[in-house]
Ligand binder design. Structure first.
Ligand code: PEP
Ligand code: MN
Length: 274
């Protein structure tokens, strides 16, 4: 399968699967990883409560945005550096590595002082100065697919990061824009086996942003693991009705705990562990 002839570093070739090691949590290989947490860091109480619930459910990493790329300039933009400090506190409290988004090349150094994984959001997948900046960073990168991006454009974005010297790239399928308005985006589940054939990089799936609907998250997460995903990244909020961002697509803590059990069974069926 020829996806793009310009892919020197991300193409599968003869390479073994890349395993990205995040403080001992290995993304790729035999294990399925679960990254969970609120869309945004909102307060100390909120992130600590969420982090403890994520830990108690048995998930492996904590997510939470401190710098938020919002569609409206009037929406909550994140707590910025204070949010990063709170994430570091939540990591200390639970031992979970943290994944958080960076939206500007000038913030990369600041964000990587606190974060264990730098997230590039869907809206920034085509931001080449930002891709180059995280290519020079020391922390691994979770690269979300642009919601209007082809597989080839997405892999070329990963190529930018690796060409810059950063080999720790985790791809994230988070839904693409189609004509259906009942879900927020449309999960491109075929992207998972396609990426597995085209590239050696690990891929995780985000069923929260892909659907925008809580009741669709668990089914899509299970489908992702069945299709060969190396993990999922899912939004979880202790009080979704009060969330400043993405409450309707956040699992409740008890739903995450239930999902973990179900994912374990699916992982087992496809000869993976969780
Ligand atoms: C997020 O992870 O909260 C987020 C903004 O995701 P995306 O970039 O996929 O929309
Ligand atoms: Mn979100």
């Amino acid at each position: 399968m020829e996806i793009s002839s310009s892919l020197k570093l991300v193409a599968r070739g003869e390479r073994p699967d890349t395993i990205v090691d995040v403080k001992g949590v290995k993304v790729g290989g035999k294990k399925v990883s679960v990254i969970a947490g609120p869309c945004s860091v909102e307060s100390r109480d909120q992130i600590l409560e969420a982090a403890r619930a994520v830990k108690a459910a048995g998930a492996h990493m904590l997510r939470g945005g401190a710098f938020k790329p919002r569609t409206s300039p009037y929406s909550f933009q994140g707590l910025e550096e204070e949010g990063l400090r709170l994430l570091a506190e939540a990591r200390k409290d639970t031992g979970l590595p943290v994944v958080t988004e960076v939206i500007s090349p000038t913030d990369v150094d600041l964000v990587q002082e606190y974060a264990d994984v730098l997230q590039i959001g869907s809206r920034n997948m085509h931001n080449f100065p930002l891709l180059k900046a995280v290519g020079r960073a020391e922390k691994p990168v979770l690269l979300k697919r642009g919601f209007g991006a082809t597989i080839s454009e997405w892999l070329n974005a990963a190529e930018y990061i690796i060409a810059g010297g950063n080999k720790g790239v985790i791809l994230c399928e988070r839904g693409i824009r189609a004509f259906n308005r009942i879900t927020r985006f449309t999960l491109d589940i075929a992207a998972v086996p396609l990426i597995k054939r085209a590239s050696h990089l690990p891929i995780v799936v985000d069923p929260s942003h892909a659907t925008g609907r809580r009741e669709l998250i668990s089914p899509m997460a299970k489908a992702a693991v069945a299709a060969g995903a190396d993990g999922i990244i899912v939004e979880v909020h202790p009080h979704p009705e009060e969330a400043l961002c993405d409450g309707p697509q956040s699992l409740l803590p008890e739903e995450l705990a239930r999902l973990m059990g179900e994912l374990r069974a699916v992982a087992d069926a496809v000869h993976r562990t969780l």
